[in-house]
Ligand binder design. Structure first.
Ligand code: FAD
Length: 306
C-alpha cells in the first residue's frame, strides 16, 4: 500500500513525487507518459531560473530528479478507475489494482479536437495543434488557425512570422482574445480573419492537407481555402473522463480543488492542468504539485495512518 500514489507524470506529478518522497513516505507515480505535455513542446523560456530549455530535455530532467528519490515509477500505464476509501484503489487499463492511503491526481490536459472529416486522417500530415512545435514545418506555406481565443490569436501572430499567410477562422461573430492580442493580429499584413465561420472539413490529396472548407454562419454558404496546414486552437480538455462520478468536476470537467489542493473526496488531492487552477503553465503545475504532496502528508499525519 502506497502512502501517496500520484496519477500522472507531468510537471505536477513529478513535483508531488519529489515532495512526498522527501518526507520519507512510500510514494508511487503511475503515468501513461512520463513527462506529460512538455514532451510535445520545443522552447520553454518561462520556467523561472532556467532561461531556456526545450520540452524533451525538461522531461528528462524531471524524471532524473524524481529518480534521485525512492519513488516507484509505473510508466506507460493508464488509470481507468478511482475507488475512494480509507485505502483508495486505482485500477489500470491492464487490470492492475494499486492501493494507497492518499492519492494525488495530476493527469493534465490535452488539445481539444474539432471533430470534422479530415482532422484525424491528416493529423501530423498538415493538421497540427502546437504552433511552437510544428510552426517551423510550414515555413513559407499557407496555414489556417481555427479558434479566435487567446491561444488561437497567439498562434496566428506566432505563425505569421514564419509562414506565408495565416487565415484565422473563428466560429463566433467576434474574436474572444485579449484586445492587445487582437490589435497586434490586425496589424499583421499576412493574416486574414474570418468570423462567423464553421469549419466543416479539412481536405487533402490522400497524403497531405491541401484545403479547408467552412460554412459562413450568416449566409450558410460554403467556402474553400487553399492551404497546406491547419492549426486547431480551440482549447484544452482536462483528462478526467475516468473520474466522472468520483470527484467533483467543474462544468469544464476540471477537478475542483481548494487552496490546499484538496478535492471533494477526503485523502484525494489534485494538481496542475487537470484542476480548476486558472493558468495552465509548468511553473504553476510544479507549485501545485508541491502543495498537493504537502497536503497529502498533512492528511496522513492527522489520520494517524502514517
Ligand atoms: P501534463 O503535463 O498534461 O501531464 C499529465 C500526465 O498525466 C502525463 O504523464 C500523462 O501521461 C498522464 N496521464 C493522463 N491521463 C492519465 C491516466 N488516465 N492514467 C495515467 N496517467 C495519465 N507551459 C509553460 O509554462 N511554458 C511553456 O513554454 C509551455 N509550452 C507548451 C507548449 C505546448 C505545445 C503544450 C502542449 C503545453 C505547453 N505548456 C507550457 C503548458 C505545460 O506543458 C503544462 O501547463 C504542464 O505540462 C502541465 O503539467 P501537468 O503535470 O499538470 O500535466
Amino acid at each position: 500500500v502506497f502512502d501517496v500514489l500520484i496519477v500522472g507524470g507531468g510537471p505536477a506529478g513529478a513535483a508531488s513525487a519529489i515532495y512526498a518522497a522527501r518526507k520519507g513516505i512510500n510514494t508511487g507515480v503511475l503515468a501513461e507518459r512520463f513527462g506529460g505535455q512538455v514532451l510535445d513542446t520545443l522552447a520553454i523560456e518561462n520556467f523561472v531560473s532556467i532561461k531556456e530549455t526545450d520540452g524533451p530535455k525538461f522531461a528528462v530532467a524531471l524524471e532524473q530528479h524524481v529518480k534521485e528519490y525512492e519513488v516507484d515509477i509505473i510508466n506507460t500505464q493508464r488509470a481507468i478507475k478511482l475507488v475512494p476509501g480509507r485505502i483508495a484503489e486505482v485500477h489500470t487499463a491492464t487490470g492492475a489494482v494499486l492501493k494507497a492511503k492518499t492519492v494525488i491526481l495530476s493527469t493534465g490536459a490535452r488539445w481539444r479536437e474539432i471533430n470534422v472529416p479530415g482532422e484525424k486522417e491528416y493529423r501530423n500530415h498538415g493538421v497540427a495543434y502546437c504552433p511552437h512545435c510544428d510552426g517551423p514545418l510550414f515555413k513559407g506555406k499557407r496555414v489556417a488557425v481555427i479558434g479566435g481565443g487567446n491561444s488561437g490569436v497567439e498562434a496566428a501572430i506566432d505563425l505569421a512570422g514564419i509562414v506565408q499567410h495565416v487565415t484565422l477562422i473563428e466560429f463566433g461573430a467576434e474574436l474572444r482574445a485579449d484586445a492587445v492580442l487582437q490589435r497586434k493580429l490586425r496589424s499583421l499584413p499576412n493574416v486574414t480573419v474570418i468570423l462567423s465561420a464553421q469549419t466543416t472539413e479539412i481536405h487533402g490529396d490522400g497524403k497531405k492537407v491541401n484545403g479547408l472548407s467552412y460554412k459562413d454562419r450568416n449566409t450558410n454558404e460554403l467556402h474553400r481555402v487553399e492551404l497546406e496546414g491547419v492549426f486547431v486552437q480551440i482549447g484544452l480538455v482536462p483528462n478526467t473522463e475516468w473520474l466522472k462520478g468520483t470527484v467533483a468536476l467543474s462544468k469544464h470537467g476540471e477537478i475542483e480543488i481548494d487552496a490546499k489542493g484538496q478535492t471533494s473526496v477526503p485523502g484525494v488531492f489534485a494538481a496542475g492542468d487537470v484542476t480548476t487552477v486558472p493558468y495552465k503553465q509548468i511553473v504553476i503545475a510544479v507549485g501545485a504539485g508541491a502543495t498537493a504532496a504537502l497536503s497529502a502528508f498533512d492528511h496522513l499525519i492527522r489520520s494517524g495512518d502514517d
